[in-house]
Design a protein around this ligand. Structure first.
Ligand SMILES: [Zn+2]
Length: 202
């Protein structure tokens, strides 16, 4: 798998552009296309994957859809309304009121070999993580559920501490060699998090 990480945009969220056995995807389109080098932008992609509908993970979606018109935007169905609601997408708490009027596809309808959608609510109402298998390596995009050494906050609308703890337990059951790419900050592994993350295995 080839992974391009672009940390930028409001709250420095990580946008990932990945070329995998399951397809070419942009995960959490928070960064405007003009921040990428032209040669890093593929001519087509298979879809946008949204871990959860907070503004800092979808901020640049309209600009990306101008480059890839008609490309499916896979997001958790339980969070569709957050695209149109600045309180639910948390933009009104941080910057200005952001709304997005776009066509959406339920992320649970994604059905591709080498790609599993894991339900990991808690940081948000119906957040998900994406588990890829590429060349016998497991690679997890954990959104704001799991960070290196930490986990997502639960005080925004839709947040739920109990749900987050059970999502972290689910991720803790993944193979220790799984590489984790979070929604903010550096990458890590399940093995390192099991050893060093105070929120893991609670
Ligand atoms: Zn978030």
């Amino acid at each position: 798998m080839k992974i391009t990480v672009i940390p930028y945009g409001p709250l420095s969220s990580n946008m990932y552009l990945i070329r995998s056995d399951a397809g070419i995807f942009i995960i959490d389109p928070s960064v405007f296309p003009n921040k990428l080098k032209k040669y890093d932008i593929p001519s087509t992609i298979d879809g946008f994957l949204i871990t959860h509908v907070h503004f800092d993970h979808i901020y640049a979606i309209n600009d990306w859809l101008k480059i890839y018109p008609g490309t499916p935007v896979y997001a958790p169905a339980g969070e569709f309304e957050a695209f149109k609601d600045p309180e639910l997408n948390a933009s009104s708490f941080f910057i200005e009121e952001c709304t997005y009027d776009i066509e959406l596809t339920d992320v649970m309808s994604l059905n591709r070999p080498n790609l599993q959608v894991l339900k990991t609510p808690g940081h948000s109402k119906d957040g998900v993580s994406f588990l890829f298998e590429d060349n016998e390596q497991l690679i997890l995009f954990s959104g704001d559920t799991l960070f290196a050494g930490s986990c997502g906050r639960t005080d925004l609308p839709g947040g739920n501490r109990e749900a987050l703890m059970s999502s972290l337990r689910l991720l803790g059951d993944l193979d220790p060699s799984t590489v984790v790419y979070p929604g903010h900050g550096p990458s890590t592994t399940i093995k390192d998090e099991s050893r060093f993350n105070p929120f893991f295995n609670l």
